[in-house]
Every structure is written in structure tokens, then in C-alpha cells.
Write a protein that binds this ligand. Structure first.
Ligand SMILES: C[S@@+](CC[C@H](N)C(=O)[O-])C[C@H]1O[C@@H](n2cnc3c(N)ncnc32)[C@H](O)[C@@H]1O
Length: 255
């Protein structure tokens, strides 16, 4: 069971203001720039399928993979509410980024919202990159974002608090980070207080997400080791190079 098993129940509420449509357009532009004819996408760590739905709406066919059954349940629920032409271009399957093999190739592989930072050891990151390479047709592109080391070390992880509510649920989330110099990993300790607004009952979830911050040269080396080449990198959602202010950075590899 992953930390996302409990988290999935509140995930879409916590990230309801995230600009999934804008991010999908951004990623599509990157894909189109490097692979103009691309139409099929594998999404590693698809979560609740919000990017997949946007990309299907743009005409791509998207196969989402995630290791959390809870996230996949939400993804299927999202899919079932969409028009049938979009539904037919989306599918979801359970699998681990480090080992899943779908037995087919795609024009692009994407992995968004720091999924690669969840691959905290060198071995796990290498395996996830090999999965991407394995599913890319020759010349296809791998687009992913991650925590970017130079900005994490400069800005430094801080305690954050997020409070959100809808008609039925109220979520109050505190994140307390602990950084580890030798592993380049930040343990983000979440305390999530969830209140059922109808009954007033509360529940507190505690979980730790281990996030690795990555540096361009190690990404370059790991992509090469997996048989890909690093062709582009940006501060997330911009056309600037990643820098000391870009906590999230986006990388493009070619298979
Ligand atoms: C922060 S969420 C991002 C979900 C989605 N991409 C989004 O943008 O909303 C991270 C996701 O990565 C998935 N994940 C983390 N490590 C994974 C692995 N090794 N294999 C498959 N999924 C993984 C989690 O289950 C979770 O759904």
C-alpha cells in the first residue's frame, strides 16, 4: 500500500486549483515541438487522470499507469463522466513505474507533478527511466518534471499549510519537511485533518512523502544510461532554463 492509498480520497480537493488544462497544453507544446506527429501517450504516475483527460480532449490517446488503486479508481470515475469519444482515448492500468511493461510503444511518455522525484534511489530512478525508454517508439519523447536541486537548496524546504473545503469535506494540511544532505531526499511529513462538514466528524491522516531533488547532470547521465538523450530542460511551465528559482523543472529526453 502506497502513501497515496489514503491520500487519493482528498487529492482532487487539495489540488482543485491546479491548472491541469494549462499544464496539459504546456506538455503538449513540448511534445509537438520535438515529435510533431505524436498522438499516443503513456503517462507514468497518472494519479486521478486530470492531465490524461485534458490531453484526450486535445485528441491524444492516453494510457495512464499508477501504482495506487485509490488514485486509479478516481481516474476511472473521472473518465466515466466524460463524452464517449474522450473515454475511448483514455485507459488506466495499475503498474509500478520501475517495472511495468505494457507490451507496446508510444509516441511520448510523460510523468507529471514530481512522480520522478518519488523515485528516491539511483536504482529506482534508473528503473523508471528504463520503463520510459522501453515504451517509446524510436525518436519518441519523454517529458517529466521533478524537484530541481539548485532551487530546493537555495529556497530551502519550509513548513506549509493548506486549507480547502467544499460542500461536504474540509481539509487542513500541514507539511513539515526534513532534508537529508547525503541522499538529496526531503521527507515531507504531512498531517491532514479531514472534517466531514455534514456530521462534524474529523479524522487525522499522517503520512510521509519522500521526495528526491535532482540536478541536471545526474538526469543527463541517468537518461543516457537508459538509452535516451537529454534534449531540453525548462523551469516548469515556462520557456526559461531551470535556475535557482525553479523548484519544479521539466526535462525532455529523446528515446
Ligand atoms: C503527486 S501525484 C501526481 C499524480 C498526477 N500525475 C497529477 O499530476 O495529479 C504522484 C503520483 O505518482 C504515483 N507514483 C509514485 N511512485 C510511483 C511508482 N513507482 N509507480 C507508479 N506510480 C507511482 C502515486 O501513486 C501518485 O498517483
Amino acid at each position: 500500500m502506497t502513501v497515496f492509498a489514503g491520500y487519493s480520497r482528498y487529492y482532487d480537493l487539495l489540488y482543485r486549483d491546479k491548472d491541469y488544462a494549462g499544464e496539459a497544453r504546456y506538455v503538449s507544446n513540448l511534445i509537438r515541438h520535438h515529435a510533431p506527429e505524436a498522438s499516443s501517450i503513456m503517462e507514468i504516475g497518472c494519479g486521478t487522470g486530470a492531465h490524461a483527460a485534458e490531453l484526450a480532449g486535445m485528441g491524444y490517446s492516453v494510457t495512464g499507469v499508477d501504482m495506487s488503486l485509490g488514485m486509479l479508481e478516481s481516474a476511472e470515475a473521472r473518465r466515466s463522466d466524460l463524452p464517449s469519444d474522450l473515454q475511448s482515448r483514455m485507459s488506466f492500468t495499475c503498474g509500478d513505474a520501475r517495472s511495468v511493461r505494457l507490451g507496446r510503444k508510444f509516441d511520448a511518455v510523460i510523468s507529471l507533478f514530481h512522480v520522478m522525484s518519488y523515485q528516491t534511489s539511483n536504482a529506482d530512478l534508473a528503473s523508471a527511466f528504463e520503463t520510459a525508454k522501453e515504451h517509446l517508439r524510436p525518436g519518441g519523447v519523454f517529458v517529466f518534471d521533478c524537484w530541481y536541486g539548485p532551487a530546493v537548496l537555495r529556497q530551502w524546504p519550509a513548513v506549509t499549510r493548506k486549507h480547502l473545503s467544499d460542500d461536504v469535506t474540509e481539509v487542513d494540511r500541514i507539511a513539515e519537511p526534513a532534508i537529508h544532505a547525503e541522499t538529496n531526499v526531503v521527507d515531507v511529513n504531512y498531517s491532514i485533518k479531514v472534517t466531514d462538514r455534514l456530521t462534524g466528524t474529523t479524522e487525522v491522516l499522517r503520512e510521509t512523502h519522500h521526495m528526491r531533488y535532482l540536478f541536471s547532470p545526474e538526469i543527463d547521465a541517468a537518461l543516457s544510461a537508459a538509452g535516451m538523450s537529454l534534449i531540453d530542460s525548462y523551469a516548469w511551465m515556462s520557456d526559461e532554463r531551470p535556475g535557482f528559482d525553479s523548484w519544479g523543472a521539466c526535462f525532455v529526453g529523446r528515446g
